[in-house]
Design a protein around this ligand. Sequence first.
Ligand code: ZN
Length: 155
Amino acid sequence: MAESGLMEDLYREIILDHYRQPRNHGTAIEPTCSADGANPLCGDQVRVDVALVDGVVEAISFSGQGCSISQASASMMTEYVKGRDTAAALQGDEAFQQMMLTGEAPDIDGFDDIAALAGVAKFPARVKCASLAWKTLAQALADGGGSVTTDDGSR
Ligand code: ZN
């Protein structure tokens, strides 16, 4: 039990680190697609701006406000997708949604920090917080813009 407590502490540290020092936050870029996401249940908001060059995420920036899980997840998401092509970015989204169902971290490259959020799967209300940035990313990439909300009636 002591061991799992240690892991939880480490995971909490990773999440807090991304929350306090968010990566790619408010960076000035020239986006080719953007989307706004909202999780009304918690009051989380995330905007994602993506600069695609030849199908690759050349630059990404997010802004927003909300709970530590929503903002830390957004920071982790931007680190993951930066430099990857859209297919790999959407694969990351799929892997993340899967992790939110199973509570198991997927064995894919670049998910080291993101795996810290696997425990969120046990808390359905917080899953919407953690998933918000990824859903917003998928919205930006798939439709080239718009807005998305996690309040989809599935609660
Ligand atoms: Zn939240």
